[in-house]
Structures are given as C-alpha cells and as structure tokens.
Design a protein around this ligand. Structure first.
Ligand code: BES
Ligand code: ZN
Ligand code: ZN
Length: 493
C-alpha cells in the first residue's frame, strides 16, 4: 500500500473516497469551502442532525463537483479529553466502513480538523498518525485459507492512501513499519500449527538474514550438546524437530538487548493434556516468538541504532510415546535441575534454557521475555493488558511508557520473594509449577531463578495475544500484541 502526504485541498484530491473527520462537541468552518462546492450537502446532514460526529459514526455521501467520488463523514467523538486511542478507534471505524463498500482503491484523509485540538492535549505523534494507525490495523484480515470470498461483493484492495496535510512531519515509514510488523505477527499466529511448525518458524526467520542480521538455528544435536534439557523435554512427545532460533541484529554499540519469545507452536498440554474445549486456540502459544520475529524484521528494515538479539526456542508440546512424564527431572544449560510437575507448564521450561543460553553466550545488557505463559494472566486481565514482572525497575518503567503509547498496556505485578517457596521441589532444585494459587507470579518467579543478576523483565501476553471477539482495530484471532510496544520501546532506546 502506498501512503502519500500531500499539501492540497479537499476538493482537489483525486480519490474513490475522501474521509472527513468531525468532532461531536465542536464545530468549525473548516469544511465550509468544500461544503459550498458540493452544494451544501455536508451542512445539510449536520443541520438535520443526521450526522453528529459521535465517536464511530459514519455517513457516506455521493458528491459531484470535486475530484473525489464520495465523501465519508466520520465521528471522532468529543474533542474535550480527546485521547490518541479514541482517534485510533475512530480511524478503524472509518476504514472498516471504506472496506465494506468494497470498490474503493484510492482513499484520501482530510486532517484539517486536527488543527483544532484543545490546548491541553499533547500527543507524541500527530493525530493523523493515530487515525491511520487504527485504520490500517483494523482492516487486517486473515483469509489465506479461504478459497471463496465470504460475500459476493467485488473486492478491491486499497492501493493508495493520500493524507491531506501541510507538512511532512508524519513519519510514514515508521507507521508502515508498525503496521506491517503487526500484520506479520498476526499472520504467523493465525496460521494453524500444521503449517506453523518450529521448522516453518526457523525458515521464516532465516529469510531475515542480511547486512546487519545473522540468523542461527540450533538443531536437536546442538541443543543436546548445550544440555538444554528443560527445553528438550518439551519436544519429546512430538515428531516435529525443535528449532532454537537466534536472530541477531547489530545496528548500534554496547551490550545487546535480548528478546526471548515463547514459541510453542502447539500446546496440547502434553500428558497433562488440556481440555478439548478451546484447545484449537493453542496454536497461539507462539505469539511471543511471532512478536519477537516481527520486531527484528521491522528494526532491521528501519535500521534502528540498537543491538538486539531475538531468541525463539521453537517446539511443539504433544503426547507421543516418548513424551515427558509428570515427575521427570531434567537438567538445564545453567546446571540447575527441574522437576516437571506439569507437562503443561512447558513454556517456562523452554524459556529457562533460552535465558540461560543468552546469559552464557550473549552477554546481554538486559533480557525481556514475552510469552503466552499462564491461564492465570488471561483470568486476571482478559484481553486488556500484559502482565509485567521483573528485576529491573527502570526497564519496567520504560516498557510501561512505551506500552501506554502503543495502548498495549503492560501492567506491573508483584514478584515477592515468598513465591520462591511455591517452587521448592523435594528432589530437584526447583519444580516447574507452584500450584493454582499465585500461578501468575510463581511462573515469573521460576524464570527469575534462571535470569540471576541480569536485568530481566517478563511480559505475559496470554490474555492480550488472542481476541475471542472482534476489538476496535483487531479482528477475532491473533492481535499481534507486543509488537508496537517493543518497537516503541526500541525507538526510544
Ligand atoms: N500456554 C499455556 C498458557 C495459556 C493458557 C495461554 C491459556 C493462553 C491461554 C501454558 O503453557 C500453560 O498451560 N500454563 C499452565 C501452567 C500451569 C500448569 C502451572 C496454566 O496456566 O494453566
Ligand atoms: Zn502449557
Ligand atoms: Zn503453553
């Protein structure tokens, strides 16, 4: 998709549809010149109260006398207390209305109204940025596996978007990086596990290799050599070979930041098998890895001046004849032993070895892991937030700020010393499950055992990574959460 910024008038732009945003509680004469040209049709629907500018309201008007064929009036809602999220959501409503029409390929967006923000409103980006961000994120669809269209309408893909703005201060390349990385993460997660195997994740990762990017895949024998016994224990019930994926991006100086993404391509629970109800969703247990992969792709394309290493310990958790048993004890790369109480607490087993590997070989300045780790996280937050725990307050504060900007809210949760007791094993150094109570915190506590003194933050995205219902700018299915959060964070680093 081609996004252009052009300093021309609404009546001049050539487009299939021209989007005009309005406030509900504030009228300007911004569009009065245009209104005159289109024979007063805009003022007419407003004066008739057919259109009020209510948040999410859309009204399509066929017009003559200008270069655009139609106008879409769209409501931003109240100007007082305007938030960037409100603008994103309005953008999503407008773009989904455009997509519904089906025959639109060239879209233009007027930004005149955004010159009239209240004085106390300050955003990081210009409002038009958020409008487009919401709009573009919202029109994502995953239809790779559909051989026929859902309805008979003639569909055209949007091919160009023209933003009517008077300066070039809109970072369009950055916007496109955020969008395409989120799309990629959603695609990877929505792809079913029979196609999104550890091998597939490794192959996609390999395609990122280039000037500043090195990709290394550790195979089963390498993993055995490194004594990553906890990670290996998860793969034993599956015929899909494990792939320990390392994506290194060198764009700056200093110690690297290591991003570790949980990459369990399907989580059946293992012998502690999950209930069948909803098990099909466990293809999304690699959403952390998908986010990390997509972030590395985006930062390498944007050439950000940072050093980042992505690690994806990809594996499938099934129930074959060699599967791990509850009660088994396994070693890890750190030398610590783990008693497997639940084969369904497999994510932390893979992450423990990945954290140990990163510390042993990569001298990280800090480690951030992102993982669909616990059902408890989704019970606590629903789809609304990411649970954040860690050992570095400064890093957590920066992640929190980046998460607010992206509206992918990372919410701090406690990591009390006492949780360590939950993980005491009778026969090994630790056990991999601390019981139902306190399950969110004890999962993070388990990881902390392996992070040691390295500054480390854990992001549990079990709730936010998958939408059971459509959300304002994310359809049902994979949300791509974490991608914009991490990209915002890295941009500020
Ligand atoms: N992948 C799951 C966590 C999960 C559950 C993600 C629901 C998304 C939605 C994880 O591997 C798991 O099964 N965790 C167990 C841990 C327990 C056995 C200690 C859980 O949370 O129930
Ligand atoms: Zn599990
Ligand atoms: Zn899992």
């Amino acid at each position: 998709m081609n996004i252009l910024v052009r300093d021309i008038l609404e009546e001049q732009v050539r487009a299939d549809i021209l989007i005009l945003p309005f406030f509900e509680d504030y009228s300007t004469d911004s569009y009065s010149g245009l209104d005159l040209i289109v024979n007063g049709i805009i003022s007419k629907v407003i004066n008739n109260r057919d259109f009020s500018g209510r948040h999410g309201q859309n009204m399509l008007l066929p017009v003559n006398n200008i270069n655009a064929s139609r106008i879409l009036l769209t409501g931003l809602g109240r100007r007082q207390g305007l938030s960037q999220e409100q603008i994103r959501q309005a953008g999503a409503k407008a773009f989904s209305a455009v997509k519904e029409i089906g025959v639109v390929s060239d879209v233009a967006v007027s930004t005149t109204i955004f010159d009239h923000l209240p004085d106390n409103v300050h955003f990081t980006q210009k409002p038009a940025f958020y409008f487009l961000e919401g709009g573009l994120l919202g029109i994502y669809r995953f239809d790779k596996y559909k051989t026929t269209q859902d309805n008979g309408k003639l569909k055209k893909d949007m091919s160009s978007i023209t933003i009517l703005d008077d300066d070039k201060m809109l970072p369009i390349a950055w916007l496109q990086a955020l969008i395409s990385a989120t799309y990629l993460a959603r695609d990877l997660v929505n792809t079913p596990s029979n196609d999104m195997t550890p091998t597939a994740m490794a192959n996609i990762s390999k395609s990122l290799a280039g000037k500043r990017v090195t990709v290394t895949i550790l195979e089963r024998r390498d993993i055995e050599k490194e004594k990553m016994g906890a990670y290996l224990s998860v793969t034993k019930g599956s015929n899909e070979p494990p792939k320990f994926i390392i994506i290194e991006y060198k764009g700056g100086k200093g110690r690297p930041l290591v991003l570790i993404g949980k990459s369990v391509t399907f989580d059946s629970g293992g012998l502690d098998i999950k209930p069948s109800d909803g098990m099909e969703k466990m293809k999304y247990d690699m959403a952390g890895g998908a986010a990390v992969l997509s972030v590395l792709k985006a930062i390498s394309e944007m050439k950000l001046p940072v050093n980042v290493i992505g690690i994806l310990p990809a594996v499938e958790n099934l129930v074959g004849g060699s599967a791990s048993r509850p009660g088994d004890v396994v070693g890890t790369i750190t030398g610590k032993t783990v008693e497997i109480i639940s084969t369904d607490a497999e994510g932390r087993l893979t992450l423990a070895d990945a954290i140990g590997f990163a510390i042993k070989y990569k001298k990280p300045g800090a480690i951030i892991d992102i993982a669909t780790l616990t059902g408890a996280c989704s019970m606590a937050f629903g789809n609304e937030a990411i649970a954040m725990m860690g050992t570095d307050k400064g890093l957590m504060a920066r992640l929190r700020a980046a998460s607010e900007e992206a509206y992918e809210r990372a919410w701090p949760m406690p990591l009390f010393e006492e949780y360590k007791d939950y993980l005491k094993s009778d026969i090994a150094d630790v056990k991999n499950m601390g019981g139902k109570k306190g399950a969110l915190a004890s999962s993070a506590c388990f990881l902390r055992e392996f992070a040691g003194d390295t500054p480390w933050v854990h992001l549990d995205i079990a709730g936010a990574a998958w939408n059971d219902k459509e959300r304002p700018y994310s359809p049902k299915g994979a949300s791509g959460v974490g991608v914009r959060l991490l990209l915002n964070f890295l941009k500020e680093s």
